[in-house]
Design a binder for this molecule. Structure first.
Ligand code: CMP
Length: 146
């Protein structure tokens, strides 16, 4: 009989290695840090967002002064999109990447190590379990998630 395994959505988060990380050749180093920190990759691809994709993905920021710059940045080249699994994934991943502004990020965090500025900050991490599920579904179909 086929065994059905239900996975708790609360154990997953969504990340993007942003265009600056890909341009600088940091994909391998960042993925190594993520997996060494106990996250399992359950979906992953190299992809490029269209302007419409980025406008929709960042719709929550559309009134912010940096919205246009953000859309331009996130669409200028490929990203690595991934879904990660670990107990307490959302919170633990945000600790691993550090604060939005790398100048304020803790030593050893991904943004401290690999980000240049508050706008070009190397990686994305979902801010809640609900957004992790929405953002993961934005980039991956059900059969691309393992
Ligand atoms: P992230 O937190 O992943 O998602 C929103 C993004 O907007 C953020 O990363 C930065 O890339 C960008 N961002 C946030 N604050 C600023 C800002 N003050 N100026 C420019 N870009 C910003």
């Amino acid at each position: 009989m086929r065994k059905i395994i239900y996975k708790m959505a609360t154990n997953r988060t969504f990340t993007m290695l942003k265009p600056d990380s890909v341009e600088k050749g940091n994909i391998g180093a960042i993925l190594e840090k993520i997996t060494a920190s106990g996250f399992r990759i359950v979906a992953m691809k190299l992809t490029q967002m269209t302007i419409a994709d980025a406008q929709a993905f960042y719709a929550v920021h559309r009134e912010r002064p940096f919205y246009g710059e953000l859309v331009e940045y996130m669409t200028r080249g490929p990203i690595v999109a991934a879904i990660l699994e670990k107990d307490n994934a959302v919170e633990d991943f945000r600790t691993l990447i550090g604060t939005t502004n790398p100048a304020e990020a803790a030593e050893g965090t991904i943004r401290k190590l690999y980000a240049d500025s508050i706008s070009e900050n190397a990686v994305h991490g979902s801010d809640s379990d609900d957004n992790a599920a929405i953002e993961g579904a934005f980039h991956f179909s059900g059969r691309e998630q393992f």
